[in-house]
Design a protein around this ligand. Sequence first.
Ligand SMILES: [Zn+2]
Length: 65
Amino acid sequence: MDEHQHPGEAGPDAIVCALCGARAENGTPPPTWLFSVENGSRRYFCEVCSRAHIRAVEGRLDSTW
Ligand SMILES: [Zn+2]
């Protein structure tokens, strides 16, 4: 296996925001990105979308927690 980095080229393991499609550089999600596993598949949310995602989740929780 000889793996090369191809800048600007999205491979099968490219890390892309599940909501807005923003792509993480260097194939590594920044620490500000949210990572979650849903239905067995990995999903990433960029900084902006993770805030909206968290807000949506918190809004859904109400007082159930
Ligand atoms: Zn996003």
